[in-house]
Design a protein around this ligand. Structure first.
Ligand code: AMP
Length: 253
């Protein structure tokens, strides 16, 4: 497969987009790509004539500066994955390209945003919705692909496109796990061997038949700090801390 075209400025991406025809699939990411991301790209490649992937670690969605600073990155490895899959375009802009307004303009949603992750990460979903809207305006995709790993995010983005009459189809993609049931995440790269085993236990307990209370107790016995565990939208969703790393997961109930 040939290398994707790498675009780093908004003006150039708009120019490239202008020249594109046919259906365009879009997969926004924060890089440090893994096989979970790859499934979104494969779906986009199968359903559209061209696929654009973005890599942008969006500072406005990080409530914790340390979390942003240590967020994993692997640009060379990411490019290799995109090339292997046959992705045509990579959009990887620097911060100022995306925020010429210095984040003075923000999208906020009032009902679902304050729940779950939003209750523990102040301003997180404002940052997510704002960057996704900006990216959609630049890339103008036919379809955009989001993982159910970030279930609340996926719901919020889908509903934003409906509320703002945006001409894009938001496609949800199944959560991908490793062979031990742990949800794949870029942040897993920050875990040591022992922490990975603990994280796998978290996934196992979350998907067990245990009640919410029993899950909480079991996680506490394992030394895992639970931020929240809630049952909503036919799912059991949770955020925990394993060592210094915050992990989220959800399972159908
Ligand atoms: P991120 O780079 O973490 O912002 O993720 C980019 C996209 O990939 C989001 O739509 C995520 O929900 C999705 N994603 C990340 N991990 C997984 C996974 N394990 N399974 C499915 N989708 C995922």
């Amino acid at each position: 497969m040939s290398k994707p075209l790498v675009v780093t400025s908004v003006a150039e991406m708009q120019k490239v987009r202008q020249a594109m025809t046919g259906t365009i699939g879009f997969v926004p990411t924060m890089g440090a790509l893994h096989s979970g991301h790859a499934t979104l790209m494969q779906k986009s490649l199968a359903e559209n004539e061209q696929t654009v992937v973005s890599i942008f670690v969006n500072p406005t969605q990080f409530n914790d500066k340390k979390d942003l600073e240590k967020y994993p990155s692997n640009f060379a490895g990411d490019l290799e994955m995109l090339q292997k899959l046959g992705v045509q375009i990579l959009f990887a802009p620097p911060f100022l390209e995306m925020y010429p307004d210095n984040y003075n303009y923000q999208i906020s949603e009032k009902e679902m945003s304050p729940l779950l992750c939003g209750n523990f990460r102040e301003g997180h979903f404002n940052g997510v919705l704002t960057i996704v809207l900006k990216l959609f305006n630049i890339v103008r995709p036919t379809r955009a692909y989001f993982g159910e790993k970030d279930y609340q995010q996926y719901q919020l983005i889908k509903k934003m496109t409906e509320a703002l009459f945006m001409n894009v189809e938001v496609v949800g993609c199944p959560l991908i796990r490793d062979e031990n049931g742990l949800a794949l995440s870029s942040r897993n790269k920050l875990l040591n061997g022992e922490q990975i085993r603990l994280a796998q236990k978290f996934a196992h307990v979350l998907s067990s038949e245990k009640s919410k209370q029993q899950v909480l107790e079991k996680l506490s016995d394992l030394g895992i700090e639970t931020e929240y565990i809630e049952e909503l939208w036919g799912r059991r969703l949770a955020a925990v801390k394993v060592g210094p790393v915050r992990l989220i997961d959800n399972v159908k109930i």
